[in-house]
Each structure stands twice: as C-alpha cells, then as structure tokens.
Design a binder for this molecule. Sequence first.
Ligand SMILES: N[C@@H](CCOP(=O)(O)O)C(=O)O
Length: 423
Amino acid sequence: MKLVCIDCGKELSKGEFDYHCTCGGLFDIVHDFREYDADLLKQLFHKRLSERMTPYASGVWRYKELIFPELPDEDIVTKYEGNTGLYSSASIQKYTGVRQVWVKAQSENPSGSFKDNGMTVAVSHGKSLRYKKFTCTSTGNTSSSLAMYASIANADSYVFVPDKDISINKVLQTLAYGAKVFSFGGTYDHGIQFLEKYSSDLGLYVCNSINPFRIEGQKSIIYEAAQYLNWELPDWIIVPGGALSNATALGKGLQDLFTLGFIDKMPRVAIVQAEGASPFHKLVAEEKEELIPEPFPYTRASALNIGHPPSWKKALQTLKGTNGITISVPDEEILDAKAVIDRSGIGCEPASAATIAGLRSLVSQQLIDKEESVLCILTGNMLKDTDVLNEYHFGDSINAAFKNTLQNAGLTLNTIRKFIIDR
Ligand SMILES: N[C@@H](CCOP(=O)(O)O)C(=O)O
C-alpha cells in the first residue's frame, strides 16, 4: 500500500507519513489487490466471524488485508469494534414508503459511533510509529472515540471542542475516558485549521479524518454490510454528510468490493446534509468547481455542524464512482425521522436520522423508487444527545404526531388500568 496525494499524485516513500501533500492536497491510501484471490479472502472473512477475543474478532480487523495488511498484530489497538447490527423495520419502511430499507447501526460500536471503525486503525498506526500523544478536534464523537482508544493504548489524548452547539454528553464521555479537553470559540473548521498548522510542532498524531488511516478503517462499515447480505448490496446506500469521511470511506469500500469482484453491481450513493450546514450539497447542486465554506454552520444535528468539510474532494470521487446524488433536509424533518427510528427500537443520534429524512424526501421527489432497496448508515447512539430528546419529548414538540411523554398516574389498579386496558 502507498500514500498518494489526491491533487498532484505525489507518492510518499515507504515509511513516510503525512496528512497533506506540499501542494495542499490530502493523502489517500492506495492498495494493490492484484495478488488476492477473492474466493479465498471471502472464506477467510467468513471464518473470522467465529473469532473471539483476538484482533480478528473485530468487525474492522476481520478485513485487515483490505485495510492495513502491513501492520504487525501487536500494534493493533482494538475494542472489538464493528460487528454492529443490520436491521429492517416495518415502521421505517412505512415512514419512507420504500419496500426494503436496511439500517446499519454503527451506534452499537463501543464508544457509540461509527468513528470507532476508523479510530482503531488510526490509533494503531500512530502506535506503530511510536506516538504517545494523540489529538483531534471534534463535535464530540471523534473525540470520545479517540479518548477511548488512546486510553486502551496507554497513551494521552488532547482534544479540541467548540464551546457551543455540541452535545455535552459527548464532551463528558470524552473527559471520562481521560482526554485533556480544550474548549474554544469557533467551529470544528477552526479546530482543524489549528491542528493542520501546529500538530507537528506539538508532537501530536492527528486522528481526524484528514488522516487517511481513519478512512481505511471506516471502509469496513460497507464490507460488513455486504458480508451480512451475502455480498449483494441494495440499490442505494445513504449516509449523512458533515466532515464527509463517511461518504469518502463508503466510496472507497465500494470500489474495493467491486474491483475484487465481491459485488458485481455498484450501488448508488446519496449523501444527506442538514440545510443549515450544507456546503457540499450546494457545491454539487450548483455544479461549482470549488467548495464555498459556510462560516456559520448551524444544525440541531450537532455532529453535522461543519462548514468546511476537509474531505470534500474525496467525497466527490464517491459521487462520481457511484452515480451518486446529494440532498439537504431541514432540522424538523431530521428530528421527526429520528423519532421514528427511536420508536422502532433501533434509536440514533440526530445526525444519523438525516439518512431516513433524506430517503423520505428523495422518494417524494421520485429520485428513489419505492421498489428499490436501500441501506441507511446510522452513525451514533441515541444517548449521545439527550438534550435533543428532552426538548423533543418534553419541550414544545415540533410535530405532535411523534410526541411521547411520561404518563402521570397514581399507582392504583384503576388508574393504571385506564392506560393499559381501557385505552
Ligand atoms: N462529527 C464529527 C466531526 C468530524 O470529524 P472527523 O473525525 O471526520 O474529522 C465529530 O464527531 O467530531
């Protein structure tokens, strides 16, 4: 495998590592799969499903050959991430109108979000380079994930979080795992600019998705979904779009599966942004050449509060390779979709629900047909943002149809009977 700049094509020599090329472009990891026998690999991945308590029990490292084959096993920092559920739900099907909708709950990862799929690989790579200090800037999921893996690796983590419009639960989770947390006035975008400039002076290994090893790990999400579905993917795959690492990794993972012959048809990808933070959707919809950053992104889906997504060029490659599309949806629709996902028993954080809101909208615009099959990637756990739950269920409900509050009842048989039997 080699590191290649996506803008000028420069290759780093073996052992060299950086996030950006001297031309400013991001590095991407390019593998040579020509030596692989697809059938043997499939058998190996199948056999590893029965691993327990070894790195290969992880739903990421199960696919090590496609992610980071050179890494010595002793450098793997894992919490058996991945192995998340793939569900179909009658209520989600009814809400979207689509006959076959799958949801992949990355929320079931050990730190509660899809970031673990990539973070296990980034921290393992940092460990192999003998780093002891790791960093990221974050709206809270990346930082929780990093703090967890850094502690497992016996290393320190230093994280930078915006001082507003993020979920306090995520910051508390990050603190509790032991990270040193710096709060700053600004957005994720300012944090990334700071780290791009100073991380090397500070001797810090950056674990944001500008790090190509994060992307390699996140490819496992689609590998796992494909393996569960016996290597036959649905017509569409839908992901939320914030920093766009998810969309980037999805495109790369699909390309790998197609190149290897694991799948014989490329699904189409839809990237859904929140209206208040939708620079990538605007770039695509307005057919611009360059992304125009949004200086004041705001959405109640706080994980998507990003105005200048670093991976936008990589995400464009995903759209090109999959005949993909983008859409933006208002917060009200995201929160209503979240209520449906929560009530289905699956549950998710607001950003994840952008997928189901986006699907509903794409169906109503007839861009997705009700007879097509769809897979939505849910990114984070419902307890990641309890303020949103509180506002939705106890505040002025945005849509009374989804309101679900506590029943105030005395504990006598007659009063409780009213709620259960006589209703
Ligand atoms: N929502 C993210 C922001 C994106 O971070 P990155 O890991 O893709 O750099 C978060 O949890 O911080």
